[in-house]
Design a protein around this ligand. Structure first.
Ligand SMILES: NC(=O)C1=CN([C@@H]2O[C@H](COP(=O)(O)OP(=O)(O)OC[C@H]3O[C@@H](n4cnc5c(N)ncnc54)[C@H](OP(=O)(O)O)[C@@H]3O)[C@@H](O)[C@H]2O)[C@@H](O)CC1
Ligand SMILES: Nc1ncnc2c1ncn2[C@@H]1O[C@H](COP(=O)(O)OP(=O)(O)O)[C@@H](O)[C@H]1O
Ligand SMILES: [K+]
Length: 447
């Protein structure tokens, strides 16, 4: 099951629905606090633990976790920023029978659990609070965030205050967009999602390992998927993309090119013509290394076939409405996204969805926090991928992988999610000093 992702408002609605269904708010908080304590026990040995509690339910989770950790034999100190204001948090505070220090005077400890603010954060922390929290997190051997590091805006991943680097973040019921959006995502360490007995159905989710079509014992190379690539002025990029498609399990990869291209595997067929009406084509790939050749994109759009448009091809689209009625996956990085869609408002998640609606296409909005958006509102958030993907040509490889998934028969949104997930895992397998060519070699190991 992929992990659901909910905004703060959706999270409150899911909580309200659970309460309507008969689960008491204190029961939800008890589950959350227990799960937090359990995650800390699994991650860190029994060392002195300082739990920082805020006034809301995030603080309430902290009082519950304090009780569980104390019962498990931990030396626990609790420091409160303010008395609880929320009802469930008041209840949790009442269940804690140990002393409560003031946050302002709290001194460091090997394990810090930050339960100051979660999804209810509405503005930056007071500067003295932010500074002290930063110091305590910095000095800790293990820093744990309850739901979110305090200072992170849950819905868009921006930092409302300076925050430190956490080792573990324990979230409840669903992940929040900030767990998978930059810059917040890079500060959270391992992200654990605890089940607290609510069942949020969600259009937004973390992309997980794809279910790839099984091999047909009676299949042939065309039934495994034909990817037709259109080359352009700089053939190196199409070599990477076409090779990636071949290594991702397409049965046949063909490149239309006016001049012979060197560096392609012998198994990839080069052809002078471009018969895009060929019934057997599963997916057309256009854009990597294309240059400024608008007729090639126009040609691709005449074919009644699924198309992946990457790189230079994105800049040539012009108006996103031109793609209506076509079956397109767009794979822009930030610059290409801006070129096609202009400056859109909102979080990266909202911008991705708006782009998908405007173009009526699946949009793979790349970056350290890649998103896959569908016009119907589905939104996949990539799990963290290694920063060493930031090297020339890795986007071409991704485009080829997605085209192969589409040609193999996955629906456009699923093909894009599958390509993104496999690309990240191939980068992990290839290691920190990889170049795009090494990424190609790693693809078969993750399929
Ligand atoms: N939903 C669920 O299903 C479940 C949720 N659970 C937990 O609840 C958490 C959400 O709790 P929450 O809504 O009470 O918000 P929370 O983050 O504790 O803070 C709100 C308080 O802080 C205040 N405040 C805000 N910003 C501030 C600032 N900069 N500086 C100072 N004050 C500031 C704000 O006051 P105000 O904005 O009105 O001034 C209010 O008093 C969630 O993250 C999870 O841990 C679990 O128990 C399991 C079930
Ligand atoms: N810091 C990063 N962390 C993780 N992935 C990254 C990072 N920077 C870039 N990537 C990924 O690397 C790929 C780069 O693609 P792109 O920008 O199109 O490069 P190119 O055009 O050189 O192929 C994308 O899949 C992107 O998501
Ligand atoms: K927190």
């Amino acid at each position: 099951m992929s992990r659901p992702i909910l905004t703060a408002e959706q999270m409150r609605a899911a909580e309200a629905a659970a309460i309507d269904a008969g689960i008491a708010e204190t029961v939800l908080m008890e589950q959350a606090g227990r799960a937090l304590a359990e995650a800390v026990r699994l991650y860190a040995g029994p060392r002195e633990t300082l739990i920082l509690c805020g006034p809301g339910n995030n603080g309430g989770d902290g009082y519950v976790a304090a009780r569980f950790l104390k019962n498990a034999g931990y030396t626990v100190r609790v420091a409160a920023l303010a008395e609880p204001t929320a009802d469930a948090a008041k209840w949790a505070r009442g269940q804690w029978d140990g002393p409560v220090e003031s946050f302002a005077a709290a001194t460091e400890a090997p394990i810090i659990i930050d339960c100051l603010f979660g999804t209810g954060l509405s503005r930056g922390l007071e500067p003295v609070v932010a500074e002290r929290l930063l110091l305590l997190v910095d000095k800790a051997l293990v820093a744990v965030a309850c739901d979110l590091p305090s200072g992170v805006a849950s819905d868009d991943g921006t930092l409302l205050s300076a925050i430190g680097n956490y080792d573990l973040t324990v979230s409840f019921g669903a992940l929040k967009p900030a767990h998978r959006l930059m810059p917040a995502m890079s500060r959270m360490g391992r992200t654990v999602l605890a089940d607290i007995g609510i069942d949020p159905g969600a259009d937004w989710f973390e992309i997980e390992r794809p279910d790839l079509p099984s091999l047909d014992p009676a299949g042939h190379k065309y039934s495994r998927g034909l990817v037709h690539c259109l080359a352009g002025q700089m053939p190196g990029a199409i070599v990477l993309a076409a090779t990636a498609a071949a290594k991702s399990g397409a049965g046949y990869v063909r490149v239309s090119t006016s001049l012979p291209i060197s560096g392609l595997p012998s198994s990839v067929v080069q052809s002078g013509g471009a018969d895009l009406q060929d019934e057997r084509i599963g997916c057309i790939l256009v854009g990597p290394g294309l240059g400024d050749v608008p007729p090639v994109l126009t040609l691709a759009l005449t074919a009644p076939k699924p198309i992946v448009i990457d790189a230079d091809g994105i800049g040539l689209v012009g108006d996103p409405e031109r793609l209506h009625g076509h079956d397109v996956i767009l794979t822009p990085h930030e610059g290409e996204f801006g070129k096609l869609f202009g400056k859109l408002e909102g979080s990266k998640a909202e911008r991705a969805l708006e782009a998908a609606r405007r173009s009526q296409s699946v949009v793979v909005y790349k970056g350290p926090d890649t998103l896959v958006a569908a016009p119907d509102g589905r939104l996949g958030f990539a799990p963290p991928a290694p920063a060493w993907l930031a090297t020339a040509g890795t986007g071409d490889v991704l485009a080829g992988m997605i085209a192969a998934m589409r040609a193999r028969g996955l629906e456009a949104f699923d093909a894009a999610c599958a390509g993104v997930w496999l690309h990240g895992r191939a980068a992990e397998a290839a290691g920190p000093h990889m170049i795009a060519d090494d990424l190609l070699e790693a693809i078969p190991s993750v399929l």
